[in-house]
Ligand binder design. Structure first.
Ligand SMILES: [Zn+2]
Length: 280
């Protein structure tokens, strides 16, 4: 099941019938009425309301619409349309599956042999935030300047948080759009945070938030999301051989099968391999 949001501004085409004011939200089961509902491209017909111009945020096939939920807001109407996703589309094959390894060196490595880096603007904003923090700590307690500096820090915090969220949304959206099975490893955040040197980077990277985004976006689009045990994903080869390596060794070199590859990419492939072995 996929949900599509459709909104319309209060403009010509917006219902004017008084009786409708009483409703905040209502649902149209409209069995068999779908043809009439979407007969006019760019518009949606709602019985008792009329023809409303529509701004669909995503393309959809009217033939697969199962339910229409209408909600009234001060500035217009929001219509949530439930669309059945055909089974064929949700089919899971190895080609449409991806394993993701989240790490410290790059934000994420994918089994398709690509990498996602933390964007430069984000690293820059985080640096500025750190500087503002230092400035704040130098101010006299309870002073006017301290108050001012505190406000600056709060603002910078908010900006970084927004940018980080935006980055995570964009990346998770792209991955869920391109793949039908998304596999990640179970994060042992608590264990890693105990190691103080890593703690900051982990919270900065927002991995757990990223995984949450991937998970709910996949669910919303009828795609499969799998979390596999993390044990040994960086110490094994796809052939099954053990390839122990410390954090400083960046290249995976397997003596058994001869695979020589970036260690994070190999980990992503192992994660995918494990997920494909789990029955759906
Ligand atoms: Zn191997």
């Amino acid at each position: 099941m996929m949900r599509i949001s459709v909104s319309s501004a209060v403009k010509p085409g917006t219902p004017r019938y008084k009786s409708v004011d009483r409703y905040v939200s209502f649902t149209y089961p409209q069995p068999g009425a779908v043809e009439k509902t979407f007969a006019k491209p760019g518009y949606v017909y709602l019985s008792k309301i009329g023809v409303v111009n529509m701004n669909a945020h995503r393309p959809f096939d009217p033939a697969n619409v199962t339910q229409i939920n209408v909600k009234r807001y001060v500035d217009g109407w929001m219509i949530n349309i439930s669309v059945k996703v055909p089974d064929a589309e949700a089919a899971q094959t190895a080609e449409s599956a991806v394993g993701i390894d989240v790490g410290l060196n790059t934000f994420a490595a994918l089994s398709d042999e690509t990498k996602v880096d933390n964007p430069r603007y984000l690293r820059k904003a985080e640096k500025q935030l750190k500087r503002k923090h230092r400035q704040l700590s130098r101010k006299q307690p309870a002073s006017h300047n301290r108050k001012k500096a505190k406000r600056k820090v709060a603002k910078a915090h908010q900006k970084v948080a927004r940018q980080r969220k935006d980055f995570l949304h964009k990346q998770s959206h792209r991955i869920v759009r391109d793949y039908n099975l998304i596999a990640v490893e179970e994060l042992k955040v608590r264990n890693m945070v105990r190691n103080r040197r890593l703690a900051k980077s982990i919270s900065d990277a927002g991995w757990s938030r990223f995984i949450t985004y991937l998970s709910y976006k996949a669910k919303r689009q009828g795609k499969r999301f799998a979390q596999v045990p993390a044990h040994g994903t960086s110490q094994t080869c796809l052939c099954g051989a053990s390839v122990p390596k410390t954090l400083s060794i960046r290249i995976h070199e397997c003596e058994s099968c001869g695979r020589i590859q970036d260690r994070d990419i190999v980990s992503a492939k192992i994660i995918l391999q494990r997920a494909l072995n789990i029955p759906a």
